[in-house]
Design a protein around this ligand. Structure first.
Ligand code: FES
Length: 140
């Protein structure tokens, strides 16, 4: 005998049952294969300044960015890549962003989580107007 305990069949089976199979769990959270599931890593030109009126919110699906303009005229921008598991959020209901993967909801004007499972706010981008165009730039 080596002195090392031999695991019982039951222990082996229990361990196998709780060991995740590589890739299986993540497949359901896959952001899809549209190739646009990344938050901006460089300045992104979104549209004309006039596209987002005071008090309005606009989702730029192709760029994965949401922009809102406060009543004082200031702009806010957030990445719409869900902070739960990375799905791109393509649905805006009023000022609420709804993730299609597990139902997390975010306030598009503040980035705050309105509904779990996400627990981390959306990533804020710097929003500014350059030559009449709205540009969102990742904070560094
Ligand atoms: Fe899970 Fe968005 S990726 S709720």
């Amino acid at each position: 005998m080596s002195g090392r305990p031999v695991p019982s069949r039951r222990t082996v089976l229990r361990t196998a049952a709780i060991t995740p199979v590589a890739g299986l769990g993540l497949a359901a959270c896959s952001p899809g294969d549209d190739g646009a599931a990344a938050q901006p890593t460089a300045p992104v030109e979104l549209g004309t300044d006039g596209e987002v009126a005071k008090g309005a919110t606009k989702l730029y699906r192709d760029q994965n960015v949401v922009v809102s303009r406060a009543e004082d005229g200031s702009l806010k921008a957030y990445s719409t890549i869900c902070t739960h598991a990375g799905c791109p959020i393509k649905k805006l209901e009023g000022t609420k962003l709804v993730c299609p993967c597990h139902g997390s909801e975010f306030d598009a004007r503040t980035g705050e989580v309105l509904r779990a499972p996400a627990s981390v706010p959306l990533v804020e981008l710097r929003a500014e107007v350059k030559q009449g165009r709205i540009v969102a730039t990742p904070e560094t």
